[in-house]
Ligand binder design. Structure first.
Ligand code: SAH
Ligand code: SF4
Length: 348
């Protein structure tokens, strides 16, 4: 695969600038990562050089559509990559932060039946440049609204732990070059234990989110097939070790599925798992977004809140996360792979 502009390291960019004064590299790097500008728009570079860079440093993402919802506060980008596969990125503007939800793979091999990406299967890993460019493009879009991206979540398409080296290289770029704090970067995993352990050995204390969805192996084997390889008890040990080494909160994602994982028994089992990691486990409850391959309804909102209250009573911390952008199929982590995408929001 050809290297695109954000795939190149500083040293590789220096080679592209061969023959130019040395300070041009600082100007280019600063322009690309601090100002988040396209090389053609880095005005302290001479015009001819800008044109050459624009030509020699191709972009990775071709925009297919951009859909807006929540009165402009949620923007979903659909991109085409080299080779033709498509991925999505979501920008969510909140009062106190702006979050970008990035994809780490085109498709996903983990086969969770309720997930649109899982239903589509795996196409390929994304490169560092393809991951970084999602954040740059979303940041440029945020700038139009006079906002600055403050948080990044790896909750788009794909399993980040199955593509950890590029995900990590992108994370270092977000932290060291774009200047985001590690505590504002979250890597979400379906529970790949070697990935969690490898993350614990890497220097930045990023947040870990684990997509749990079930608190006993029988149900979890069904909802999240990779649980057969990495069962809950081992997964909890890995989370505990992550906490010990990073002192970061671990969050459990729980997509609430009507009648499946929203019962009293589920609350009890989940609270028990949280006790083990206390006080550093936090449950995020999201009503399941039904998808064509898994049409079961999400739990009604009233019941979602009741489940949250029950968890709190049982001594676990939980928050209800309202879906963003469901009218444009953009709720973070529920990206509708392969479905038609409308440019205009569907009526609610
Ligand atoms: N592969 C990683 C990250 C991407 S998915 C993971 O699974 O953690 C991001 C989140 O969206 C996960 O918690 C995932 O379980 C959840 N998700 C997937 N499909 C969903 C759906 N239809 N409704 C609600 N949440 C969903
Ligand atoms: Fe892959 Fe995550 Fe979807 Fe499971 S929920 S299929 S791991 S993207």
């Amino acid at each position: 695969m050809a290297s695109t502009r954000y795939d190149l390291t500083r040293d590789q960019l220096a080679t592209v600038l061969d023959g130019e004064p040395r300070y041009r590299l600082d100007q280019l790097w600063e322009g690309m990562y601090t100002q988040l500008a396209d090389p053609a728009d880095i005005t302290n570079l001479p015009k001819a050089l800008r044109a050459r860079l624009d030509d020699e440093l191709p972009t990775a993402l071709t925009s297919v559509t951009e859909s807006v919802s929540d009165r402009g506060d949620t923007v979903k980008f659909l991109w085409e990559l080299e080779g033709g596969s498509r991925v999505e990125t979501v920008l969510m503007l909140y009062a106190d932060r702006a979050t970008v939800c990035v994809s780490s793979q085109a498709g996903c091999a983990m086969g969770c039946g309720f997930c649109a990406t899982g239903q589509a299967g795996f196409t390929r890993h994304l490169t560092v440049g393809e991951i970084v460019e999602q954040v740059v493009r979303a940041s440029q879009r945020a700038k139009h609204a006079e906002r600055r991206v403050s948080n990044i979540v790896f909750m788009g398409m794909g399993e980040p732990m199955a593509n950890l080296d590029p995900v990590w290289a992108a994370t270092e770029r977000f932290h060291g070059d774009i200047g985001l704090s590690a505590r504002h970067i979250t890597i979400s995993t379906v529970g790949i234990i070697p990935g969690i352990r490898s993350l614990a050995d890497r220097p930045l204390p990023v947040n870990l989110a684990v997509s749990l969805h079930a608190a006993n192996d029988t149900l979890r084997n069904e909802l999240v097939p990779i649980n057969r390889r990495y069962p809950i008890a081992d997964l909890m040990d890995a989370c505990e070790d992550y906490l010990d080494s990073k002192h970061r909160r671990v969050s459990f994602e729980w997509a609430m599925i009507d009648g499946v994982n929203d019962r009293e028994q589920d609350a009890k089992e989940l609270a028990e798992l949280c006790w083990k990691l206390k006080p550093s486990a936090h449950v995020n409850l999201i009503p399941l977004n039904p998808t064509p391959g898994y049409p079961t309804k999400g739990t009604a909102l009233k019941k979602v809140y009741a489940f949250r209250d029950r968890l709190e009573e049982l001594g676990a911390n939980a928050t209800v996360r309202r879906n963003r952008g469901t009218d444009i199929d953009a709720a973070c982590g529920q990206l509708a792979a392969g479905q038609p995408v409308s440019l205009t929001p569907k009526p609610r």
